[in-house]
Design a binder for this molecule. Structure first.
Ligand code: 13P
Ligand code: SF4
Length: 375
């Protein structure tokens, strides 16, 4: 495989901000009294603006609760895209990171899409500038271009397919079965995982997620020895040595499903710790332990929490609804082109789900999970 590019996390590009700046802008936790007031204000503003809140599992628990109780959704990036597209609301407020807001806008160009902080970005997006990516594609015209959702609209506009972690494996397996060679960007760990599972010919961009890249296989192994009864749940943006120890590898929704369905009382979780809120609600009585990011081999930049997801708070959510600023704009021509790979993925995901339901083979249902050991 060619090593194309390593990610320089702390170099802000354009409007986006680096890790240090993101942490500095994470809002202070409001007092219980302020929380109550802010939540009340947000409920009223959502009604006034005919808006719906679309949140990712990694954002603050208070935001997740508000999304759930006001008829919005808390979901993985695939479900967020679908929910925003299908919802009748005139305004979508996306509590997540910029690529999620852009995907919502691309799928719903006539809706107003707001975000609590437009600078909330992603190391994968930052590490894959559109011009360098276009040059990479130009150098390999024989390959089908598959990009992860965690990219800019301009990168998606250059792709044949967009995938998320909950359907990437199935889409690449299908392309491989058709004899297509893949150019994959930007997450090298997810690309490597999919390559190993499918045997596809994949050329990988060398981006990483700064949260998942910090999980440590050596320390995870030591922790597993301490809790031999625990099942290990891993997001596939994690390094190979961490994935190798997993009982389940999957998207955020798939990991929550696994926590509910697996017959275990204890889980070690290698993904952003924001997910633990939903896991605890979905599987009460079970114990969840954060996978180690520290230890002898530590270089921790994030300590299992995404600084850009953490930029979403109650105060800036209320503010954006009040003032209507922080609107996501996508150049219409880029949006139109970027919609093609996203629609392809959404159509594939619907067909896949129907096929699985018709065959009764629930183990292949992408709303369930991938068991590494069984594959
Ligand atoms: P999911 O598609 O699993 O929600 O992942 C998005 C993401 O950014 C994980 O770091
Ligand atoms: Fe990007 Fe990683 Fe944050 Fe997800 S957790 S948004 S992949 S930096």
């Amino acid at each position: 495989m060619e090593a194309i590019r390593s990610v320089e996390y702390d170099r802000p590009q354009g409007l986006t901000c680096g890790v240090g700046e993101a942490w500095a802008r994470v809002p202070d936790a409001p007092s219980p009294e302020q929380k109550r007031e802010l939540k009340e204000r947000i409920r009223a503003l959502l009604r006034r603006e005919e808006a719906v809140l679309v949140a990712h599992y990694y954002v603050d628990a208070e935001l997740q609760e508000l999304a759930d109780e006001t008829g919005g959704c808390v979901a993985d990036s695939l479900e967020m895209a679908r929910f925003g597209r299908d919802h009748a609301a005139k305004t979508l407020v996306v509590a997540g990171v910029r690529f999620m807001g852009e995907t919502a806008k691309i799928l719903s160009p006539d809706k107003r899409v707001l975000m609590p902080d437009l600078d909330a970005t992603c190391s994968l997006d930052l590490g894959c500038p559109a011009d360098e990516f276009a040059a990479f594609c130009d150098a390999h015209p024989d390959r089908t271009v598959v990009v992860y959702a965690n990219t800019s609209a301009a990168v998606k506009a250059r792709a044949d397919w967009m995938v998320t972690s909950s359907i990437g494996l199935e889409i690449v397996a299908d392309l491989h079965a058709r004899g297509e060679k893949i150019l994959w960007a930007p997450d090298r760990h997810l690309g490597n995982y999919i390559q190993k599972k499918t045997g596809a010919d994949m050329l990988l961009w060398q981006g990483t997620c700064l949260v998942h890249d910090e999980f440590k296989g050596i320390e995870l192994d030591l922790l597993r020895n301490e809790y031999p009864d625990a099942k290990i749940l891993v997001h596939p943006e994690s390094p190979e040595g961490v994935v190798a120890l997993a009982d389940v590898v999957g998207s955020t929704t798939q990991l929550i499903d696994a926590a509910v369905k697996l017959d275990a009382k204890r889980f070690i979780v290698a993904t952003d710790l924001g997910i633990l809120h939903k896991m605890r609600l979905a599987a009460p009585g079970k114990t969840f332990i954060e996978a180690p990011t520290a230890g002898n081999s530590a270089t921790c930049k994030s300590c299992a929490h995404c600084p850009w997801m953490a930029m979403n708070g109650l105060a800036n959510l209320a503010e954006v609804l009040e003032r209507g600023h922080n609107e996501i704009h996508v150049d219409p021509a880029i949006g139109l082109r970027a919609r093609l790979p996203i629609d392809r993925m959404l159509d594939f995901a619907s067909r896949h789900k129907k096929r699985v339901q018709a065959s009764g083979d629930l183990a292949k249902d992408t709303s369930l999970f991938t068991n590494v050991g069984a594959a």
